[in-house]
Design a protein around this ligand. Sequence first.
Ligand SMILES: Cc1cc2nc3c(=O)[nH]c(=O)nc-3n(C[C@H](O)[C@H](O)[C@H](O)COP(=O)(O)OP(=O)(O)OC[C@H]3O[C@@H](n4cnc5c(N)ncnc54)[C@H](O)[C@@H]3O)c2cc1C
Ligand code: FES
Ligand code: FES
Length: 509
Amino acid sequence: MSNHRTDRIRFILDGTVIELRNVDPTRTVLQYLREDLHRTGSKEGCAEGDCGACTVVLAEVGKDNRLHARAINACIQFLPTLDGKELLTVESLRGSDGSLHPVQQAMVNCHGSQCGFCTPGFVMSLFALYKNAQSPSRVTIDNALAGNLCRCTGYRPIVDAARAMYGCASERSDNWLLAACSSGPASSDEKRRVERLQSIQHGDTVALEYGAKRYFAPRSCNELAELLGAWPDARLLAGGTDVGLWVTKQHRELDTVIYTGRVTELCGQGVADDAINIGAAVTLAEAMPLLLRHFPALHELLLRFASPPIRNAGTLGGNVANGSPIGDSMPALLVADACLRLRSANGTRELPLAKFYLDYQKNALRTGEFVEQIIIPLPSAGDELRTYKISKRFDQDISAVCGAYRLRFDDDGRIVEARIAYGGLAATPRRAHRCEAVLQGALPSTDLTHKAQQALREDFEPISDMRASDQYRRQVAGNLLQRLFMDISAAQSGAELTGIYEYGRAREA
Ligand SMILES: Cc1cc2nc3c(=O)[nH]c(=O)nc-3n(C[C@H](O)[C@H](O)[C@H](O)COP(=O)(O)OP(=O)(O)OC[C@H]3O[C@@H](n4cnc5c(N)ncnc54)[C@H](O)[C@@H]3O)c2cc1C
Ligand code: FES
Ligand code: FES
């Protein structure tokens, strides 16, 4: 049954409720700020979510009735998705008396700005950090800045500013902005902001028309299915971290866009029936704590998945549905035997992820069908899970090769179940069945590793592209298998694992 519809969106900017009717569905927040409002603090560096010059912060009321802030990339966020949110740009941080925010003051004090082009983006990422962490470690600071590029290589003073900003408090009435992350009671300013945000919440379906373009933001799965039935060629939009680039880089025209971010059922996650269930519109940042509770071995992979602004918008559902051969979540989901719940107006069905990918950018979704949930069975006792991402850059880079491995051992140390999957080696992320067959029932040994590496060479015929050559990919995939056995053997003998922990500690020093 269709919901009541509205043709307007409302959001808050600097304390004012902005109401817009029938805006262009694919106009980006950055275009709106710079071209419509002439609010040019937020910069455009790359228009593809890579450089962070356009970073802004969204504030929303959480289930705890408190205000939560997250950094996003304005260059790939479509304007209508701001409905119901508060938008903060670098201009929002200035006090009414012109005073600088503690983050800005710290950047000045520590000489954190050189050419200045990247500075507003750094300030907004640091502002999000300021609102979300107290006394952050070097690893936390580096992670917060992973989505911001400074071409002047001025990171050291920026990191200094990140440490100094907590000591740069000033006296202003907008004290939610000025208060660093704390579990204390809400200030009067925060309460005012929460009330203002609550006043613009609504249960209507947003339905915008702009020339020949349409945008819908339904509230329920039934309605989403109904809309997809009526507009079978519509493009589903979740975080837009893939779709946004189709518009800004490939200049594709999207006639009908259906946004999943307001569909209540798609925004939930939890554990039931021995499985983690993640709604298709849950952001990667929201899914991370639940995933890490049950799969701590995914820590490095998830931290190296893009950057905080991308993870704050992008979803696991979007990653899976997009099905890029170098998408990072799929190898891990494949070895975990994940399933997808697919839904349409005709009902739901469950499909193992291993059967979802048919060919390059082709999946098993039928017309009118969408991903409702990702279902990940909880790991069993004795499971050893590992993932390795190989990319040119440590932070914010796309994989050349991504390997995921789940081995289950019996008490004698024999492999009783083997799951191996790779991204970057074929037209879709997929399992390495020949390699798995070699490992199944065997005892780990140097000889076994060589046989498994040989089988892996028969499993895949990688291609060469700008990220890596076919030879490099083949070599790396085999080397990762060797690393897997070394890491498992080190862990079983109580030795430390290699990875971000050591890396982080080394940088901490
Ligand atoms: C700077 C940058 C860095 C990145 N780094 C990484 C990285 O390190 N690793 C990586 O794997 N990816 C990376 N990505 C790609 C992207 O962030 C991920 O693929 C992300 O998970 C996509 O999610 P989204 O919600 O933004 O999807 P969207 O862009 O909204 O949608 C992606 C696709 O999924 C479809 N879709 C969305 N929801 C559904 C649904 N419920 N049912 C059916 N179809 C649906 C859309 O129609 C579209 O085809 C990066 C992107 C950028 C811009
Ligand atoms: S302009 Fe580079 S991330 Fe947005
Ligand atoms: S200060 Fe120039 S790019 Fe950062």
